[in-house]
Design a protein around this ligand. Sequence first.
Ligand SMILES: Cc1cc2nc3c(=O)[nH]c(=O)nc-3n(C[C@H](O)[C@H](O)[C@H](O)COP(=O)(O)O)c2cc1C
Length: 214
Amino acid sequence: MGAAQPGYVLPMTSRPSPATTARPTQMVIIASTRPQRVGKAVAEWLTAHAQEHGAFHIDVADLKELDLPMMNEPEHPVHGRYQHEHTKAWSARVAAADAFVMVTPEYNHSFTAPLKNAIDYLNKEWKRKPVAIASYGGVSAGLRAATMLRAVLSALGMVATGTTVSIPMVRSFLDEAGEFQPNEPLRKAATGMLDELLTLHTVLAALRSGERSA
Ligand SMILES: Cc1cc2nc3c(=O)[nH]c(=O)nc-3n(C[C@H](O)[C@H](O)[C@H](O)COP(=O)(O)O)c2cc1C
């Protein structure tokens, strides 16, 4: 669990605490960075749902807080020879994660630029890891964004769950306090997505472990 890829050294602060070592780490990535974004409320619901689900230790990566500059590493990320502290820190955090939930809106029929940037910074840290997509938008529920994201994740050797959370007319699920209030189909989809993420984690963690020792 949380094992770093060879060549990627985790700082002590990134290591999971003993209390969490029994559970794999799921990183929830918030892809929208706008002021007034809905994405934070969607991610807060999914994080609470995942905590209730109980299978994963959760690490929320808010790309607004992370504030990565536009990709500025001189070398191809596949080599893992990073020059910048922001890349080294992002690398250690992603390497420590076993599974991902990417929460993205649809912008012009695709996922967000900050998410593409955060993905492009790294390479082997993503490889052979499971990922689930939670998309949202207008009537299309962000499905075009999810389809484009799948192609990128596949190029990095990630394995996406078939089960997704797809939220149409996202603002209609916000209450007066701006909190996301899911309906029953969305709750069921979130549970199914996490179950599948856990199944894929079991298989892929074994595969990564075999690849490391080969
Ligand atoms: C730049 C931009 C492009 C958008 N393009 C789409 C789109 O192609 N399809 C869609 O369903 N909604 C689109 N929307 C509406 C967003 O889905 C909606 O504003 C959503 O709340 C954005 O997520 P956020 O609040 O987390 O940033 C777009 C919004 C923005 C800001």
